[in-house]
Design a protein around this ligand. Structure first.
Ligand code: TA6
Length: 282
């Protein structure tokens, strides 16, 4: 189905140079930007609680990645492993995506999108990339990478979800265990804290792959189900870093925590093989 014939999906605005789609059905309201293939918001109708945080200083003119929502990090996570001058988190969040299809069913509205190109400096793989966004009582985001070349390819990725919180210090993360790499302490390996509270800057790569993680908060506990990941990243910039980011309010750190389904250790695809990275937010 095309946008012109859709009941659930409409072009809400494009006056900032970025096409914003509004998706509404009986279960939820969501918004996404075609720039970056970027989910901006998801609000179930049963509790009318927004699940994603979007910076009110986010740049929505296509000149830089959008701060908040669910940035798509691909084909690397974080800094490029050998070319640190290249953009962090790869390049597909910084380009226009094409809406491939819309499917409208009783339970959910499903959009499929693809980036303008998967080729750019820093990655020599021949890949197809597709994003599926399912809006229903839950939000399910699936990033599928397919190796269409004749050689193996390795890549990294993340669904860099900014989860909304009224007061992040009132939140507790449940479901993580084992060790994590502390990116704020030269990648030192440390044990997961219990209870897992957010009380300062954190940038952690948890090396376990729990399917289910919960973000307990007074307003609206969230359940995160993920698959295809090799790690879960937990990030909050806290106050100093928030003040240093022009697209982040000074107190922005109080209103979100990133809990990301990620491929941070590298995943290798044989020719013609596909891999799916998925996160469901309820
Ligand atoms: O996912 C955590 C992280 O890698 C942090 O190191 C921090 O850089 C964050 O991503 C945000 O990155 P961005 O490039 O979107 O500002």
């Amino acid at each position: 189905m095309s946008l012109e014939h859709s009941q659930d999906v409409h072009l809400e605005s494009s006056d900032t140079g970025v096409d914003i789609l509004k998706i509404e059905n009986a279960h939820a309201i969501a918004r996404m930007s075609l720039f970056g293939g970027h989910v901006l918001g998801f609000m179930p109708k049963h509790d009318e609680q927004e699940r994603l945080w979007l910076s009110d200083k986010a740049v929505l003119d296509g000149s830089k990645a959008i701060r908040g929502g669910i940035p798509i990090c691909w084909p690397w996570f974080g800094d490029h492993p050998s070319q640190p001058e290249l953009p962090a988190h790869g390049y597909v969040r910084n380009q226009n995506w094409q809406l491939l299809s819309i499917d409208e069913a009783d339970e959910q509205t499903t959009l499929r999108l693809a980036p303008h190109t998967t080729l750019n400096e820093g990655f020599d793989g021949q890949a197809e990339l597709e994003l599926e966004v399912r809006v229903g009582r839950s939000l399910t985001v699936t990033l599928t990478t397919t190796n269409i070349g004749d050689n193996p390819l390795s890549y990294g990725a993340a669904l860099h979800s900014y989860l909304a919180a009224e007061d992040v210090t009132q939140c507790v993360i449940e479901g993580l265990s084992g060790d994590y790499k502390d990116k704020l302490d030269s990648g030192r390996i440390k044990p997961t804290p219990h209870p897992y509270r957010i009380s300062g800057e954190m940038d952690r790569v948890h090396l376990t792959m729990p399917e289910r993680v919960r973000l307990q908060s007074p307003a609206h506990p969230m359940q995160l189900l993920q698959s295809g990941h090799d790690s879960i990243v937990v990030w909050n910039p806290w106050s100093n870093k928030s003040q240093q980011m022009s697209d982040m309010p000074d107190n922005g750190y109080q209103c979100f925590v990133c809990i990301e389904a990620a491929v941070t250790q590298g995943y290798t695809l044989a020719p013609k093989q596909s891999h799916q990275l998925q996160q469901q937010i309820t």
